[in-house]
Design a protein around this ligand. Sequence first.
Ligand SMILES: NC(=O)c1ccc[n+]([C@@H]2O[C@H](COP(=O)([O-])OP(=O)(O)OC[C@H]3O[C@@H](n4cnc5c(N)ncnc54)[C@H](O)[C@@H]3O)[C@@H](O)[C@H]2O)c1
Ligand SMILES: C[C@@H](O)[C@H](N)C(=O)O
Length: 343
Amino acid sequence: MRSAVLVETTEFELQDRPRPSPGPDDVLVAVRDVGICGSDVHYYEHGRIGDYVVEDPLVLGHESAGEVVEVGENVTDHEPGDRVALEPGVPCRRCAHCKHGDYHLCEDVRFMATPPHDGAFTEYVSWPADFAYELPDSVSTAEGALCEPLSVGIHACRRGGVGTGDTVLITGAGPIGLMVMEAARAAGATDIILTDVVEEKLDFADKRGADLTVNVTETDLEAAVDEYTDGVGADVVVEASGAEPSIQSTIDVVCRGGTVVLVGLASEAEVPFDVLEVIDNEIDVHGSFRYKNTYEAAVDLLADDEVDVEGIIDFESQLEDIDDAFRRAMEPTVVKGMISLDS
Ligand SMILES: NC(=O)c1ccc[n+]([C@@H]2O[C@H](COP(=O)([O-])OP(=O)(O)OC[C@H]3O[C@@H](n4cnc5c(N)ncnc54)[C@H](O)[C@@H]3O)[C@@H](O)[C@H]2O)c1
Ligand SMILES: C[C@@H](O)[C@H](N)C(=O)O
């Protein structure tokens, strides 16, 4: 089978690898669509993300969906022909975190395209059947693949307790910020503010229904939020840029008693934060790491047309053109590139 393998930083090689056989509890999936995530691009450019270092050739890609072509002997809930979205992180199922239900915090998770685990820029993936979610006819495999960033958005909104009538401020209008917007709308938020430093990203967020967009290079965010919320602040602030000034600004724009959710990964682990403001204003600050139990919700939201994910796709390329696709994905105005695989 054809697999795009990262053999050096900024260099993919198209290799012919043996097609896997499904284990007894697995499905073998012919991959149809895979999104290019910022973390894929980071591994491609730098060969590492923090402590995760690409030491051996690696197949990237963790936003994927495809068609079941074979099932293991114990699998009863999928059959060949089913179209499925693959949840990319499979936990050990045995540790304390898994047993508490926080399987996304499992330290032995096998997460696609996180070294040393291969991902989905390949023709076939064998994957545990219970981490493959059937797509109804109305949901495309491209949408199925984008259940992954949508899941990040759903989990962040759950962490922030986003509810009906809330004003939600999202910093960073990249794919994650935009998916947080979709999830927040679906959770009942009535006012959504997006920030960014790239005007095209904000124009795009406007077109997708943001109630207010703020270019923080030109406009004082605190003043803009004060004006929009009559001096109250946002109920929930979701940080989705990873930019240090943006992380710090969350405390200035959240309302007293409100919630800040940190999703964006800062380049430095330590970011100065005004803890007195956190205490005085009784602000809840939550980290949000990947997701748990979101895929079924993501598929249902797509089936019910409650969210749009396909609209964030800028371009689709073939596996053979993956180098070029990654270079395009690095352009600052591009939101989402996809790789499509034919059978
Ligand atoms: N916690 C998690 O589980 C999780 C999951 C996926 C991604 N992430 C992280 O979330 C962040 C967003 O992911 P993405 O794929 O959308 O990244 P991205 O780089 O595509 O988007 C980030 C956006 O933030 C904007 N930005 C930069 N500086 C800013 C500032 N000061 N204020 C406002 N906006 C600013 C950029 O222009 C860009 O549009 C990244 O840091 C990523 O690593 C975290
Ligand atoms: C969650 C996922 O999208 C993220 N890129 C990660 O590797 O954690």
